[in-house]
Every structure is written in structure tokens, then in C-alpha cells.
Design a protein around this ligand. Sequence first.
Ligand code: IMP
Ligand code: MG
Length: 336
Amino acid sequence: MPTTVVVGGFFGDEGKGKIVSYLALKDSVAATVRGGVGPNAGHTVVHEGKQYKLRMLPSGIVNKSSQLMIGPGVLVNPNVLLEEIQRYDAVSQVLVDTRCAVISEEHISRDSRGYLKNGIGTTGTGTGPANSDRVLRVGRLLRDVKEVSDFLGDVPSEVNRLVDEGRPVLVEGTQGTFLSLYFGTYPYVTSKDVCASAICSDVGLGPKKVDEVLVVFKAYVTRVGSGPMEGELGEEEAARRGWKEVGTVTGRARRAAPFDFELAKKAVMLNGASQLAVTKLDVVFPECAGVTEYGRLSVEARRFVEKIEDATGVSVAVIGTGAAVYDTVDRRKESG
Ligand code: IMP
Ligand code: MG
């Protein structure tokens, strides 16, 4: 498997964690490398009866022989990082870049009140204030945090070495295209760009080193926090369809809407998608739960997938049909 960057196509919570964990196992990756903003992300992974809730570590954690790296563009909350390393027994796998900027208690407190909390509806995890301090060049870097020194190193050098050796590497993005500071619904966005090129930049990988850009969509759209959302359903209707979700990081109810083909087209353009994944197909088409072969999906479900392909001009390579890693249809097998 070549170098693949995985990003979200809507407003985050598309199920990137599930897709990354599947690819990390299936393709026996040498490393999963986290780009993106920081611990405002919440990636949920279910494997062998165990649930992982990840805010800092990459979702490749289910593959015990994958290195788990965090690129210098990512903000790190040292407490969250250390807690996850311990909880998931990942000491021997982790390498975090020395140049990651640090989220302090003061950043969290600034993110938990006033305009950011009430106007934007941020996750309150300190990422916006920490990025702003970094831009002002007054932020602290991880190299000055003694507690994490065992895990620090030069992530871009290690990632590029693996890629140059032809080893399979996954680059994991966070949030989603329309939460991008540049391309999203400003000011209702996160604190930096989160499209594929930015995620590669976060980990120090040049654009020509990436072979596949995989954009993940959920079979419906959700959004937490403020900001516009086309076709938003009332709470009752969302609940009736089984689309009412709760945020991994904040516990807030997510707003829901049907799949947005226009947004999907834009996301494909902005990320230069070469492949798509669609998750939670079983939530929209319950008869598809746990299916692992494309031909066994219902006619309606296949029609939906093909409609996405027709609208975007990109093939849907991976489909999620349940929470567990292997509740997955992998169409890459069919074409390759
Ligand atoms: P911040 O990233 O915490 O500054 O929040 C800015 C906006 O992005 C808010 O609407 C958040 O709800 C949203 N957001 C940030 N991270 C995520 C995520 O991982 N999933 C979904 N929404 C997110
Ligand atoms: Mg999430």
C-alpha cells in the first residue's frame, strides 16, 4: 500500500478513526501519523470488543506493529497524550515531534468562555488560543516539557525515511473540510486549515510523496457547534432516523442533515480526492449492517453509493457497515 492521507469531507465526525484503523490493520502499515489541529478531535475505534476514544494518538493504535506518530503541526495537551499512552499501553509505539506546540490550562480557560465558547461553540479544548499563541510566537513547544521527553523525536525525518523505503504509511487528518479556517463556514470553523495539503504539511510530507488522498464522508451529515448547515433536520426527525449522535469530546448533541452531494463535490475538489470512503451506511440502510461484500449490500444502498460516485467523479473504495474495524466493504480488492 502506498502513502495515503485520510481527511474528513464534511464537518468532522465522519468516521475517520474507523477508516484509519481498518486501513492500518488491513494494509499492515509501518506508521500512522497524526496531522490536524489537536485534542479537539475525538476518534472512536472499536476492535476486538475494545473501544478506543482517541484525542491525541493516531487511530492506527489497533495495529500493535504500527508506529504512532504526531507531526509538528499538531497541538499537544501533554496530560491527554500521557493518559492515552498509558490507557492504551502504547509506550513502545509512540513518537511525537519536539516542535509540537503545547496547550496549557490557560488556553483551555480562554477557550471555555466568551466569544469562542458562546459565539463559535468550540470544543473548549484550548486549541484556538494555543494556535493563536503559536502564530504570535509566544507559545511553548513540547521540547520544553520534561514529562513527555521519552516520546519526543523528529517525526518528519522518520516519516520521510519510511516513505522513501516504500513502506506503507497512513497520514490521519482531523475535523473536516468545512471546518477548515480557509475553506469552511468562517467564522464557524476550527483554528487552521484541515484539508489534505495542510495535513501533509503538519507531518512534514511534501505533496509529491503522497499517493492517495482518501476523503471520508458519513452517509449523512452531522455538525456540532454553531454555523450553517444545509437541510438540517429537526431534533425529532433526526432521532426518528437514528441520526442523533453525541460528541466524543464534548458530549454535545450533534445536529444532523441528509447527505449533501454539493458539499461532497466541493470537498473532493479542495482535497484532490483520489478515493472516497462512506461510513455508517448501516445507519441509513439497516439491512446492510455488518456486510463485507459490495454485492451483498441492498440495491438501495448500492444506488446511494453510485450516486455519490456519479456526483463526485471519484470511486467509493471503502464502506463502513458497522462500528467494528472489520465491518467494512473494501472495494480496492475488486479493482486492484
Ligand atoms: P475548535 O476546533 O474547538 O476551536 O471548535 C471550532 C468548531 O469546530 C466548533 O464548531 C467545534 O464543534 C468544531 N470541531 C472541532 N473539532 C471537531 C471534531 O473533531 N469533530 C467535530 N467538530 C469539531
Ligand atoms: Mg469526532
